[in-house]
Design a protein around this ligand. Structure first.
Ligand code: C6P
Length: 432
């Protein structure tokens, strides 16, 4: 690991200043014990067992740096933003806009004006569907999705389809959960106006070949939306390098708060997009005859925004950048390899999604046991996993299973926790 990774998140100031960690404090730059100590909830027990939190794909836990940054804004700087002339309003506005700058830096976006705050990834996709797509697509145009999409990247397009008569095409998968690129090539035509896909699958962990997809989509004149929910907490993401046209994610999977997410798009694209919702904050001038709108990104942020949540998101970004996304990716890659080995060695466990390029998400079933029963028994051992369809019912149909159990790892998980998962799965087998 590089020297640059020797940064201590514990001493990172949530407002932005990061102090290097003294090398003597740790043998390894990725100091898992220090990281775990930042997450208060990880010390609690569940049913008398240490909590083993493996539901990071649903939502991740929050480090004290995020909690403290949100506490600080509410205690000492809170007011509404962009409205008041008074000191507190200015401080809150500065903190809110500083968070936007941090998101821009995090995604490698050239300007914070390209960062729209939304309620989450779901709202960001709905925004693109109801604004850009509604404006630019007409009956007969096609949108390309994949079988592994989350409902948030399916239903908004169906609603649009039912309004304006577009067609939705769906790219199937290979047996290992990677995308069937031959089918992608066949389904992509000059009628395709948008390819909207997950960067990483929330069920299979598959990392999609997004650069290749972007290149091919652009060659037929289609734009590309990447749903980055499961990517941004686990790997460095630079929108410029990806070449995509829209990128969305939610803060709560990124060790930040709920209630806030991000839509990124190039400024020129945002400038051409009509507002998605109307109200305060997004207007330049209102009369009963006519309303004019602010420039992006404010045009898309009607009403009082999630102020403390934006600050919390900024603190989460500081926290992750202090550790280093490359270091986090390496840690989780090693956990994935170990967990795959451990679970594969347990007879009767079926793993879904074994693509070469994948992140630390393991969906599985245990023979004869329903996923919900697996989840419940694991819970009694202190191991929190998600069980169900993971908001990806078409994928469950495609895999021909009603549900799976899913262990999704984060930066604070350990090999010992993988062992706890494996031991708890053995208990499930004993039970059935
Ligand atoms: N997936 C999971 O357990 P929201 O709800 O807007 O924050 O995120 C929606 C969403 C969109 N895309 C992907 C790839 C996702 O994984 C999610 C959220 C969670 O898998 C909760 S359903």
């Amino acid at each position: 690991m590089s020297e640059a990774l020797k940064i201590d998140p514990a001493t990172a100031d949530p407002t932005g200043t990061i102090r290097p960690m003294p090398a003597a404090n740790s043998d390894s730059a990725f100091d898992i014990e220090r990281i775990r100590a930042d997450f208060p909830i990880l010390t609690r027990e569940v049913y008398g067992k240490p909590l083993v939190y493996l539901d990071n794909g649903a939502s991740s836990q929050k480090p004290r740096q995020v909690l403290e940054a949100m506490d600080e804004i509410y205690r000492n700087h809170y007011s509404n933003v962009h409205r008041g002339v008074h000191k507190l309003s200015q401080e809150a506005t500065d903190a809110f806009e500083a968070a936007r700058e941090k998101v821009a830096g995090f995604l490698g976006a050239p300007s914070s004006e390209e960062i729209v705050f939304t309620r989450g990834a779901t709202e960001a996709i709905n925004l693109v569907a109801n604004s850009w797509a509604q404006q630019n697509l007409t009956a007969g145009d096609e949108i390309l999705l994949t079988v592994l999409e989350h409902h948030a990247n399916i239903v908004p397009w169906q609603l649009l389809r039912d309004r304006i008569g577009i067609e939705i095409k769906v790219v199937p998968l290979e047996a290992d959960g990677s995308l069937d690129m031959a089918a992608f090539d066949r389904l992509l035509t000059p009628r395709t106006k948008l390819v909207s896909i997950a960067h990483i699958s929330n069920v299979l962990g598959t990392l999609l070949p997004v650069s290749e997809i972007v290149e091919k989509a652009h060659a037929v004149g289609a734009k590309v939306l990447l749903d980055g929910c499961q990517a941004v907490p686990h790997m460095p993401v630079e929108v410029g390098k990806l070449g995509c046209d829209f990128y969305v994610f939610s803060a709560h999977k990124l060790y930040g708060p709920t209630g806030i997410g991000v839509l990124w798009a190039p400024y020129e694209t945002l400038l051409d997009m009509a507002p998605y919702q109307g109200g305060g904050e997004m207007i330049a001038r209102v009369t009963f005859e006519e309303t004019t709108y602010k420039e992006p990104p404010h045009r898309f942020e009607a009403g009082t925004p999630a102020i403390a949540e934006a600050v919390g998101l900024g603190a989460a970004i500081d926290y992750l950048e202090a550790i280093g996304l490359d270091a986090i990716a390496a840690h989780e890659e090693s956990l994935l390899r170990y967990a795959t080995e451990r679970l594969t060695a347990i007879g009767g466990v079926t793993l879904y999604g074994t693509a070469k390029e994948k992140s630390a998400i393991l969906s599985f079933n245990v023979s004869d046991a329903h996923a919900h029963d697996v989840g419940t028994i694991l819970d009694r051992s202190g191991v929190a996993v998600r069980a169900g369809h993971h908001c990806a019912q078409p994928l469950m149909d495609y895999l021909n299973v009603p549900a799976t159990a899913r262990a999704s790892f984060g930066l604070y998980n350990t090999r010992e926790e993988v062992d706890a998962l494996a031991t708890a799965i053995e208990k499930v087998k004993d039970f059935f």
